[in-house]
Design a protein around this ligand. Sequence first.
Ligand code: CO
Length: 134
Amino acid sequence: MIGRLNHVAIAVPDLEAAAAQYRDTLGAEVGAPQDEPDHGVTVVFVTLPNTKIEFLYPLGENSPIAGFLEKNPSGGIHHICYEVDDIIDARDKLMASGARVLGTGEPKIGAHGKPVLFLHPKDFTGTLVELEQV
Ligand code: CO
């Protein structure tokens, strides 16, 4: 069902420092910050040859990653995103197997402009999983 690893998302307490480290120390291709008000985050994409890293920084009052950064003040891996061909088909199969889909269960448009869903970390080895239809 799942295809490529689309990205690994890392919540960071300092977006500029994270971007500078990946650009200047690790020599990666680092994009400009983008505000995603619908998701309560500012994101920076790092493009690697085989996948992407997505830095997440809180935006606005009720950012979904504010609590994560409180628990992980140095930052940390927030979620991993796998590609799927058909997000509704994937959702229905996963729910039938007992997995919990976060929110309403309806896909939202994610940071890349494609439909996404999140799966409960307790159902997937303690890791928040995002599915993105490509
Ligand atoms: Co993501």
